[in-house]
Design a protein around this ligand. Structure first.
Ligand SMILES: NC(=O)c1ccc[n+]([C@@H]2O[C@H](COP(=O)([O-])OP(=O)(O)OC[C@H]3O[C@@H](n4cnc5c(N)ncnc54)[C@H](OP(=O)(O)O)[C@@H]3O)[C@@H](O)[C@H]2O)c1
Length: 246
């Protein structure tokens, strides 16, 4: 099973991590579609990777995501991979500082995941190697008052991906009538924080030991197409150095 020629959509693709994932998949022969909410940020991010097809879409709108699906299928056919990277962090203070404004911003990471997985679910099930991945956080394991909103939004996203994994299983290997080999897999990567070279340059004395380099994330996403879907489906993959206290 290889990533070559697979059509892979990155939802929320303009961050350093999004661009690194796109570049890594492209170098391995995938056909990559990058989606963001803003044309000029997409153009800035993908200026040096013209083979990545970029789409603007308000992913929090299920209607817009449905239309995006139609546009993509018209040109590229069904997708084989959905890498959902919409996120962002808000937090701090205690329980009473968990504001509605912050929740609204964080919850959009979940809503956009719900929209994209529903819009592309049939594509992923039909693909010979359908893959869904999100990047979650260790906050789900250890929620604190300061990150209550954030941990709750990430926990919801994790539950949604686990439910999608159940859907993949029921539509393939566990199908009651005429089961087929498991081909699709939904996974959750878990990090404490991401780091890239620019961050290291900006803070040369900072210790990033527990951070996950975006290159490690990108390679781990690429590896999804080298691994057996049956073993992968529903996995929670920790991508950081575990300390004795973590
Ligand atoms: N960075 C970390 O330390 C860290 C830690 C734990 C987990 N994670 C998770 O890792 C993933 C990637 O994180 P990141 O920091 O690289 O990226 P990010 O800043 O969380 O956001 C990813 C992208 O999503 C796009 N986006 C946001 N809302 C959108 C919408 N409604 N419609 C379409 N696009 C939208 C943004 O681009 P535009 O605004 O240009 O559209 C942005 O480039 C996220 O899920 C994040 O929660 C990150």
């Amino acid at each position: 099973m290889s990533v070559s020629d697979r059509v892979i959509l990155i939802a929320g693709a303009t961050s350093a991590a999004g661009v690194k994932v796109a570049e890594t998949l492209l170098d391995a022969g995938a056909r990559v579609i990058a989606v963001g909410s803003n044309r000029s940020r997409l153009d800035d991010a993908y200026d040096r990777l013209p083979r990545v097809k970029t789409f603007v879409c308000a992913l929090e709108s299920s209607r817009s995501v449905g239309e995006l699906g139609v546009s993509i299928r018209n040109v590229w056919g069904p997708i084989d991979g959905l890498i959902h990277l919409v996120g962002g962090y808000r937090g701090g203070g205690g329980m009473l500082e968990q504001t509605d404004e912050d929740w609204q911003a964080l919850e959009s990471g979940f809503t956009t995941l719900r929209n994209t997985t529903r819009a592309f679910y049939n594509d992923l099930v039909a693909s010979p190697a359908g893959r869904l991945a999100i990047v979650s956080s260790t906050s789900v394991d250890n929620p604190t008052a300061a990150n209550a909103n954030y941990a709750a939004a990430k926990a919801a996203a994790e539950a949604w991906v686990s439910a999608t994994a159940d859907g993949f299983l029921r539509d393939q290997a566990a199908r009651r009538i005429d089961p087929v080999p498991q081909r699709a897999a939904a996974v959750r990567f878990v990090v404490k924080a991401l780091v890239n070279d620019e961050m290291r340059r900006e803070s040369p004395t900072k210790n990033f030991i527990s951070h996950t380099d975006i290159e490690v994330l990108a390679t781990s996403i690429l590896d999804l197409w080298d691994r057996d879907a049956a073993g992968l489906n529903g996995a929670r993959l920790r991508l950081f150095l575990e300390s004795k206290t973590s």
